[in-house]
Design a protein around this ligand. Structure first.
Ligand code: FAD
Length: 370
C-alpha cells in the first residue's frame, strides 16, 4: 500500500507542500488535505478586504482545486482529534477516521471567546478571515440607518488594521462615518517599537478614530464593552481582536504542547514525541525559541516543512528550521496609509502601504499560479 501523507489545514506554512503535491504523488505517495473551507484566506490582506481594497477572490487560495488538480485528495471537514498511536485523524461532527503514515498540522489559531457572553449577534473576531466579510455587510447595513458606534478591542496588528479599514470602507461608500473606538488597554500598542506606536497613533487619530487607554477590557456582555475599572461602553458592532491561541486539536489529543496549547515541535518542526507528526504556522510551539504569531514565520517554515515531510516518507535525513532575524512590519491602516517598521527605523505614508500591497500580491500570485 502507498504511504499516506495527511495535511491538516492548507495554511500559510503548507503553501510549498501544496504546490508540490504532484511531485510527492509522482514519488508514489498518497496526499490528502483536510480543511473546513475549499479556500484558504491570506490573513495579511484580510483587513484590506474589509476596507474594500481587495475582493475575496483576490486574497484566497483555491485549496481544493489545487489539491485535486495535482493528484491529491481533499476532505471538506475539520480535524477534531489526532490518535498518534493508531495514526488517525478524527473529523469533527462525522467522527470519520482518516489514516496517515506522516501527518503535518497547519491548522492555525483562533480568537478565544471566553470573555464574551450573551447572544448579541454583532460581535466579530478577525479570525477566520472570512468573518470579516460578514462584518463588512453588517457595517454597511447598520450604517445606512444613521451614525453607529463600532468598538475595536485590542491594540495588536489586526485591531489597528481593522479600525483603519472600517474608516476606509465607510469613506469609500460615502456612508455616515461611524464612531470608531479602539480599546487599547492601558498602553496602546505596548511592546511595539516607540516610533511605530507613535506613527500608528498619529495616522489613526488623523482619521478621527478614538484610542481609549483607560484600562483592559474584562468582558464583552452583549452590546457592552466592560472594562476592568467598571466602566461600560455600548456599541452597535464589536470587533474582538484580543489575540489568538493555537488550534485546540493538540491539547484535545494529548500530544505534547507548549504553554499556549500549540503542538510542541523541535528544530525539525517535528513533534517532540512522535517523529511522524510535523507542524508549522500559528498552531505550533517552537520549543527552541517561541515565535510570534505572524504569517512571516509560517511562510519561512515552508521549504523546511516540505523537505522534512518528503524526507520522513522516504526515510532521509531531516533539515533544521531557523526562524531567521527580525521581520519587517507593515501595517495597512486604510485609505492608502501604511506604517512600516524594522528595528528602530519606521515611516508612515502611502509608500509604506504600497510596499505591503506589492509584497502581499506577489505572495498570492506565486502560490495561486502554481
Ligand atoms: C486580521 C489579521 C491580519 C494579519 N496581518 C498579518 C500581516 O500583515 N503579516 C503577518 O505576518 N501576519 C499577519 N497576521 C498574522 C497571521 O494571520 C498568522 O500568523 C497566520 O495566519 C498564520 O498562518 P497559519 O497558516 O498558521 O494559520 P491560518 O492562516 O489560520 O490558517 C490555518 C488554516 O487551517 C484551516 N483549519 C483551521 N482549523 C482546522 C481544522 N480543525 N482542521 C483542518 N483545517 C483547519 C483553516 O481553515 C486555515 O485554512 C494577521 C492576522 C490577522 C487576524
Amino acid at each position: 500500500m502507498k504511504k499516506r501523507l495527511l495535511l491538516i489545514g492548507g495554511g500559510h506554512a503548507h503553501m510549498v507542500t501544496l504546490a508540490n503535491i504532484h511531485n510527492i504523488v509522482a514519488k508514489g505517495f498518497a496526499v490528502t488535505v483536510i480543511q473546513p473551507s475549499e479556500y484558504h484566506y491570506y490573513s495579511g490582506m484580510g483587513p484590506g478586504m474589509l476596507g474594500g481594497t481587495y475582493q475575496p477572490e483576490e486574497i484566497r487560495f483555491a485549496t481544493r482545486r489545487q489539491v485535486e488538480a495535482k493528484g491529491g485528495s481533499f476532505i471538506l471537514g475539520k480535524a477534531y482529534r489526532i490518535d498518534p498511536h493508531k495514526r488517525l485523524v478524527i473529523l469533527a461532527e462525522t467522527e470519520e477516521e482518516i489514516p496517515f503514515d506522516v501527518l503535518s498540522c497547519n491548522a492555525g489559531s483562533y480568537v478565544p471567546r471566553n470573555t464574551m457572553s450573551g447572544d448579541f449577534p454583532n460581535v466579530f473576531t478577525p479570525k477566520p478571515i472570512e468573518t470579516l466579510l460578514l462584518a463588512k455587510k453588517k457595517i454597511l447595513d447598520l450604517a445606512e440607518a444613521g451614525r453607529i458606534t463600532i468598538a475595536v478591542i485590542g491594540s495588536g496588528p489586526s485591531a489597528i488594521e481593522i479600525a483603519g479599514n472600517i474608516h476606509q470602507l465607510c469613506r469609500r461608500r460615502g456612508i455616515i462615518m461611524p464612531v470608531i473606538q479602539l480599546f487599547g488597554g492601558r498602553n496602546f500598542m505596548s511592546g511595539r517599537p516607540p516610533r511605530v506606536r507613535q506613527l500608528v497613533r498619529k495616522v489613526l487619530l488623523g482619521k478621527g478614530i478614538e484610542i481609549l487607554e483607560v484600562g483592559h477590557v474584562q468582558r464583552i456582555d452583549n452590546d457592552r464593552v466592560c472594562l476592568e475599572n467598571g466602566k461600560e461602553y455600548r456599541a452597535d458592532i464589536i470587533f474582538a481582536a484580543v489575540g489568538v491561541k493555537p488550534s485546540q486539536i493538540f491539547a484535545r489529543s494529548g500530544l505534547p504542547i507548549g504553554p499556549d496549547g500549540g503542538l510542541q515541535v523541535n528544530e525539525y518542526l517535528q513533534s517532540i514525541r512522535y517523529s511522524y507528526i510535523f507542524g508549522g504556522g500559528d498552531c505550533i510551539h517552537f520549543a527552541e525559541q517561541p515565535l510570534d504569531k505572524v504569517g512571516v514565520y509560517a511562510v519561512r517554515q515552508n521549504p523546511v516543512l516540505y523537505h522534512n515531510l518528503l524526507a520522513c516518507l522516504e526515510g532521509r535525513p531531516l533539515e533544521k528550521f531557523s526562524p531567521g532575524g527580525r521581520y519587517l512590519l507593515i501595517y495597512n491602516l486604510g485609505d492608502g496609509d501604511g506604517v512600516l517598521g524594522k528595528w528602530s527605523f519606521a515611516f508612515a505614508g502611502q509608500l509604506a502601504f504600497s510596499i505591503k500591497d506589492w509584497i502581499d500580491r506577489r505572495f498570492i500570485k506565486t502560490f495561486i499560479s502554481n
